[in-house]
Write a protein that binds this ligand. Structure first.
Ligand SMILES: Cc1ncc(COP(=O)(O)O)c(C=O)c1O
Length: 477
């Protein structure tokens, strides 16, 4: 029985009216933020104050400005002075795909629950595999985030490389994976979820340039073997998160083939460099990986979450989760590419392929080339300005659009400099004119910029550095 409330909830005219209003609001938001005329990137509120605001809002029957308040009270990634975390300023078309996916709500687990997006998922993962340099044996899938994709890849690696059937019998051997000490924390988390424990995550140290030190790989590997561990996979970062530095993928691939290990490349952030004519050298060797993760929502102008996981030998993607679930996954052993839940961790997922398909079809590869190239170029510009300024210190010359630096001044000790840089970042956050983040690298406090917005200009970067120095001087005085 359709109650008045349900009638109201599903009224198409309400969707039409509210949808038009919302799109107008979002277009105005986009114009104001992209042009920088919205003066703040973030109107920072303390968590308790924010919760109080929304509690009042919830109780107040007269308030109807839900969407304007959400826009105001969130971080504006389209603002050129958003230079913070690694999420992109999504293309508006990508956001429209999200809206369609939310309304249609096709769960994607089986082909009938998402025919068009399942077909698109096959097409774009094939194209992406080709772009990486894989041949036609490759297969891919889309999944909910780089974190989950890395876990899925390591599960596939374990399945492929172990003689024992862990899926059926659990672990017999003590297992391990090798990864740079600078890799994203989700690799560590994945290994722990897989029951490998602390001893099963072998953190390889980095060189002074923050890439994995390949000269010590063998020593770490042999040491693990002597301890009785079976090392079944090595993870390369392309690039690592804190410093944005790419590992030497060719050398890692050589090592893996010599030892018979699975080679996984976490290219969640920088895999999109395969599209950049100028920067594709950063990912040289990526085609030799057994599996590769690339996030669409980082460097490819898509909204969260749109992660691709590609396998060089596609059959691995079908065996990772070989499980019977008769009501959903019939004939589980079959390689029917169109029943996606057989190969993904999720049962239900969003129709994320719409975003990949539409952006790629509408603008071609050039869009991704231009975006990556512009952002990596800006990374170099920012690093150059920092290097030229005695009041600033660059952590490492960037390979990408991730740039870490700090304010410095003679006569101050390490603890004082850490404190000052923490203070600078705190003030920046509270004032909201810029949004940057912070990180600790080798126990030193740095300010961390990831230039995600191609509308960021050199003068935005100059203004940021001027503000950092002004704050640094004032805090020190
Ligand atoms: C290298 C790398 N891998 C994995 C992740 C996690 O990806 P997601 O946030 O999509 O789960 C990140 C996120 O910053 C990353 O930088």
């Amino acid at each position: 029985m359709k109650t008045p409330v349900l009638q109201k909830v599903y009224d198409p005219n309400r969707l039409r009216q509210q949808g038009h209003e919302l799109i107008d609001l979002m277009a105005d938001h986009l114009r104001a933020t992209l042009s920088g005329s919205a003066e703040k990137v973030i109107h920072y509120q303390k968590p308790e104050d924010e919760r109080d605001f929304w509690m009042e809002f919830f109780k107040d029957q007269s308030r109807s400005d839900f969407f304007p308040q959400v826009l105001k009270r969130t971080t504006h990634v389209h603002h050129p002075r958003y230079i913070g975390h690694q999420v992109c300023a999504p293309a508006p078309q990508a956001a429209l795909c999200g809206l369609v996916s939310s309304l249609l709500n096709n769960g994607m687990a089986v082909y009938e629950m998402g025919m068009a997006p399942s077909a698109m998922e096959r097409i774009i993962t094939d194209l992406l595999a080709e772009k990486i340099g894989f041949d036609d044996k490759a297969r891919g899938l889309l999944t909910s985030g780089g974190t989950l994709a890395n876990l899925t890849a390591l599960l596939s690696a374990r399945k492929a490389k172990l003689e024992e059937d862990v899926w059926l019998n659990g672990h017999g051997n003590r297992l391990a994976v090798m990864v740079s000490e600078e890799a994203h924390y989700c690799i560590d988390r994945a290994a722990r979820i897989m029951g490998l424990g602390s001893e099963g995550i072998i953190k390889v140290p980095v060189r002074p340039d923050f890439s994995m030190d390949t000269s010590v790989l063998n020593a770490y590997y042999e040491d693990a073997r002597k301890k009785g561990l079976q090392v079944f996979a090595l993870v390369g970062s392309a690039p690592s998160t804190a410093t944005g530095v790419y590992d030497d993928l060719h050398t890692l691939a050589d090592f893996c083939s010599e030892k018979g290990m699975w080679f996984h490349v976490d290219a969640a952030h920088g895999g999109a460099a395969v599209f950049s004519r100028k920067y594709k050298e950063t990912v040289r060797g990526i085609h030799r990986a057994d599996s590769v993760v690339i996030d669409g929502h980082k460097m490819m102008l898509m909204s969260t979450i749109t992660t691709a996981l590609l396998f060089r030998e596609g059959h691995h993607s079908h065996t990772t989760f070989s499980q019977e679930a008769e009501y959903l996954l019939q004939h589980s052993e079959e390689e029917d590419w169109f029943n996606l839940a057989k190969r993904t961790f999720e049962c239900t997922k969003t129709m994320m392929s719409l975003q990949w398909f539409l952006l790629w079809k509408t603008y071609g590869e050039e869009l991704f080339d231009e975006n990556v190239t512009a952002l990596y170029d800006l990374g170099r510009v920012l690093a150059g300005m920092i290097e030229a300024d005695p009041a600033l210190e660059l952590a490492v010359r960037p390979h990408s659009n991730i740039v870490c630096f700090r304010y410095t001044q003679q006569g101050l000790n390490a603890a004082e400099l850490d404190e000052i840089n923490r203070g600078i970042r705190k003030e920046l956050l509270e004032e909201g004119e810029f949004y940057i983040v912070q990180t600790r690298i080798k126990k030193v406090q740095y300010l961390r910029c990831t230039i995600m917005n191609p509308f960021t200009t050199t003068s935005d970067l100059e203004a940021l550095l001027a503000l950092v120095k002004e704050k640094g001087r004032r805090i020190t005085a």
